[in-house]
Design a protein around this ligand. Sequence first.
Ligand code: C5P
Length: 221
Amino acid sequence: VREPDLKGRHVVVSAGGTREPLDPVRFLGNRSSGKQGYALARTAAARGARVTLIAANSTLPDPAGVDVVPVGTATHLREAVLKAAADADAVVMAAAVADFRPVTYAAGKIKKKDDQEPEPIALVRNPDILAEISTDRVRPGQVIVGFAAETDDVLANGRAKLKRKGCDLLVVNEVGERKTFGSEENEAVVLGTDGSETAVPYGPKEALAETVWDLVAGRLG
Ligand code: C5P
């Protein structure tokens, strides 16, 4: 059992994957299960934090003692994160947020027409929530953590992303067969703006979560 080193702290974690609706029955989504974000919420609560978990379309049970805010789209997730982050000591953006959403939402189900080619789906960019809260800091000293799933040049892309987003720590995952999406295990490197690189070997998502909180607690002092 660890020290309650997050006692008196409020932490916000986003988890799961956003869904961007096309019509009442269809959406653009992604493979995020929410397991890493839920592991972050559980471990923070165990370390004494007050935890707000912004959960995008996850089917996982609510962790005990955690304030869960269910959301659907990137727009909903943004509103919930901005609200909760206002008095948070740390924000960890583990959710897979859709980069784009359909320009239009059809109020009725889109029908196929016999002798017509399908319409292309026009997309518009979603706001980058991580970059937004990192650039316009609402609280001095707040620690902001992002996630990045990469398939190649993992560390170089991670360093560039850390800089671009403006967050304090970036957890870089290599997307592979047994890891990351839907899996119980993960393997990652946590990059810090101080140049630090903390490697977390392949193992349970809880272990990565504990390392993230170690680094956050260290920065909170
Ligand atoms: O740019 P990329 O999608 O790889 O960045 C991933 C990180 O940025 C994650 O922490 C994710 O939660 C966050 N993100 C966000 N808003 C978006 C897209 C990603 O906050 N629109």
